[in-house]
Design a protein around this ligand. Structure first.
Ligand code: 1PX
Length: 218
């Protein structure tokens, strides 16, 4: 017998979230900020479903999402339609602190950069999950991915706290279950489809930021 239907937010499926990253890229390789933010919202929901230990991480992500939504919904919203237009607009209008923190601590450029770096972590972690075996440890895969990416931008205390949170990640079977995609083979297949799209969004943003020397924004 089928159980009671879970409320909408508990039934979400990671595939839908990863699919939003597909919507991010337009034909001319521009990254839609609205879809980018929607992708992150879904990931945060997933993170929250893993437990309150991850609260400090999701809180920071939510803050960043809010800042970007504020720009999107603000009076200059049309300038924030794509990451490309945002970069162009904020640089041309001197709205970015380029070398040290100053008058623009909430620029779209520096805020998105934080999520962009986290997207690299996601790419590395999902690739490890995809190629993992039944007895692989999610905590180890997560820590390795973090050390190769985000950790390089975090101070000691944040790295320590993140490392502690990783330890309580559920094991691979339970983790796959929370993803709510289906049996492990299906999770692996879904990841195989989603990953190239996530990498592409990452690469396009990375190239854009590199071209404008924005990869180290304070
Ligand atoms: C599944 C386990 C999830 C582990 C998440 C790994 C990422 C660990 C990041 C730890 C960040 C700690 C919070 C503090 C961050 C800030 O200091 C720091 C710098 O900001 P600032 O320059 O404004 O000060 N912020 C950041 O680097 C942004 C972090 C954003 C992290 C978002 C992580 C979302 C994770 C989504 C999980 C989805 C997993 C899906 C897998 C199937």
């Amino acid at each position: 017998m089928a159980g009671p239907v879970a409320p909408e937010e508990q039934r979400f499926c990671l595939q839908e979230v990863l699919d939003t990253f597909k919507l991010c890229l337009s034909e001319n390789e521009e990254v839609s900020l609205e879809h980018y933010v929607a992708g992150w919202r879904g990931l945060v929901k997933f993170l929250n479903s893993l437990g309150s230990v991850f609260g400090f991480i999701s809180k920071d992500a939510v803050n960043k999402i809010k800042i970007l939504v504020g720009h999107l919904d603000g009076e200059n919203g049309p300038k924030y339609v794509t990451v490309q237009s945002m970069v162009k607009y904020e640089l041309a209008s001197d709205l970015v602190d380029l070398t040290k923190r100053g008058n623009h601590p909430e620029s779209g450029c520096r805020t998105l950069l934080r999520l962009h770096r986290a997207l690299r972590w996601l790419e590395l972690f999902l690739e490890r999950l995809r190629t993992s075996s039944e007895d692989s440890k999610t905590s180890v895969m997560c820590a390795e991915s973090y050390n190769e990416s985000l950790a390089q931008h975090h101070p000691w205390l944040v790295r320590k706290a993140a490392g502690m949170a990783f330890c309580v990640l559920p094991g691979r079977p339970a983790f796959f279950e929370v993803m709510n995609v289906g049996p492990p083979e299906q999770v692996v297949a879904m990841l195989g489809e989603a990953l190239p799209l996530i990498s592409e969004v990452y690469q396009v943003t990375e190239t854009l930021y590199a071209q404008h020397n924005l990869l180290d924004l304070p």
